[in-house]
Write a protein that binds this ligand. Structure first.
Ligand SMILES: Cc1ncc(COP(=O)(O)O)c(C=O)c1O
Length: 456
């Protein structure tokens, strides 16, 4: 008998005799190949929260407040622009300039040049990517080397960690700290702060980059100028790059103001500013993103881009470019989509905050984004032993229980932090409030029912 049956042999046996019983499942036999199948850089990053929780949501027909996307139409001017791009000039069906469709890089340079307070060269300072995910991936692949350390601030958008690892880097975590609980008052995401000494202690000679995300997903924190200055000073002191993920920059509420770290003195040269048309015009399916930065950094991202994706879809780029042209005309005025969207989404935020309070969750009021984190400590005390796999964090067990028993989907916050600090975050869950009226009605029905069940 052969010690390691080849995959081909097993497959041909299966083809000949469908009743054949395998001693081991096929995937285990594949493992018996003399060579390791999976690239080592994928080790430890196989599990993905979106795959798991999106699947659970669909199996249970629950109200999906987990994944971050709007379930209402994008602005008509954007969808009209896309229709025009598809039915108009036939050349828009073909490849365009690899580093970005010329009208799009031009308008992005013009638009963001105003915000970043500098002249941007559309050909050198702008790169169009497949969503902000694409921009992030290029940043890590182009600038993080084997053994480099990358500082991630917890809770962080979950892909930063696997992207650091896939580039051969080593993630170094530093948490935002909530203030001590105060007498019944609701907390704001702004109350969560970095400890300056702790942050400074994470910078070492091996630190290559820090990732910041303002407004932050999942907490909704909008970094103040003083907080950005603290980070900027450390970057300059230790000669560290900054990957600044600003995809939610238009969704900032109350009196808050979004500030790009790239405008702080000495930061443009070391910062990549990342944006997403998906978040900007409520079109997450278009997957158009961009990265802005100095040519001496962007040229390395272009090297990655030209050797993997190279072109992004031309028609989607044309539609995004027309949408920005429209926004530039209305910039800062009441008819601006960004102004209207911000007002509408703030109402959604306030609605969700009030609804979650009815069952005893404690939402942390987000200053930005379309997410909020809710504290579920009351439930942790009430029902500490929910079913789950060994070592599974409480928030993950709670979300699974909530999906099955209450018909509501959220995302456990422990997926947004490193294993060392999971314990600090395992009593929070993240909800998305970028939802239409009928989703809100369905959510309120479920919460009212839950409230009744809680009554003595
Ligand atoms: C913080 C953050 N960055 C990047 C992305 C990815 O954006 P895109 O859909 O444009 O790839 C997301 C999407 O949820 C996000 O929340």
């Amino acid at each position: 008998m052969l010690k390691s049956p080849s995959v081909l042999m097993v497959l041909s046996q299966l083809g000949r005799r469908s009743e054949v019983k395998l001693a081991r499942p096929l995937h285990q036999m594949v493992k018996m190949m003399s060579k390791q199948v999976q690239a080592r850089r994928l080790e430890g990053i196989e599990k993905n929260p979106w795959v798991e929780f999106v699947q659970l949501a669909s199996e249970n027909e629950a109200v999906n407040l987990g994944q971050g996307f709007p379930d209402f139409p994008p602005p008509e001017f954007s969808t009209e622009a896309f229709k025009q791009a598809v039915s108009g000039d036939f050349m828009l069906n073909q490849y365009t300039r690899g580093f970005g469709y010329p009208p799009l890089v031009k308008i992005l340079a013009q638009f963001f040049g105003k915000l970043l307070e500098r002249d941007l060269d559309p050909l050198k300072n702008v790169l169009v990517t497949v969503g902000a995910y694409g921009a992030l991936f290029y940043a890590f692949q182009a600038l993080v080397d084997e053994g480099d350390e990358v500082i991630l601030i917890e809770p962080y958008f979950d892909c930063y960690k696997p992207m650091t690892k896939m580039a051969g880097g080593c993630p170094v975590f530093v948490p935002l700290h909530p203030p001590p609980a105060h007498d019944g008052q609701l907390m704001s995401s702004g109350d969560w702060q970095l400890d300056p000494a702790e942050l400074a202690s994470k910078f070492t000679p091996r630190t290559k980059a820090i990732v910041i995300n303002s407004p932050n997903n999942p907490l909704g924190k909008v970094y103040s100028r003083a907080e950005l200055e603290l980070i900027a000073d450390l970057c300059k002191k230790h000669d560290v790059l900054c990957f600044s993920d600003e995809v939610y920059q238009w969704l900032v509420y109350d009196e808050e103001k979004h500030i790009s770290i790239a405008i702080l003195p000495g930061m443009w040269e070391r910062t990549l500013t990342i944006g997403s048309a998906g978040k900007t015009f409520s079109v997450t399916g278009w997957k158009v993103g961009w990265v802005l930065g100095p040519d001496h950094l962007l040229k390395h991202l272009r090297t990655v881009h030209q050797n993997c994706v190279y072109h992004c879809p031309t028609q989607a780029q044309e539609a995004v470019s027309s949408s920005f042209e429209r926004e530039l005309r209305f910039f800062g005025q009441p008819d601006s989509y960004f102004v209207q969207l911000q007002k509408d989404v703030q109402k959604m935020r306030d609605h969700m905050v009030n609804s979650l309070l009815t069952v005893g969750m404690r939402p942390i009021i987000p200053q930005g984004t379309y997410f909020l984190m809710a504290d579920i400590s009351t439930f942790k005390k009430m029902m500490p032993h929910l079913p789950g796999s060994e070592g599974e964090a409480y928030d993950s067990r709670f979300v699974k229980w909530m999906i099955k028993n209450k018909g509501l989907v959220a995302i456990p916050v422990s997926v947004f932090c490193g294993s060392e600090h999971k314990k600090h975050f395992d009593h929070y869950i993240r909800f998305c409030f970028m939802k239409n009226d009928s989703t809100f009605e369905a959510m309120d029905d479920k919460l009212q029912q839950w409230k009744k069940e809680l009554e003595p």
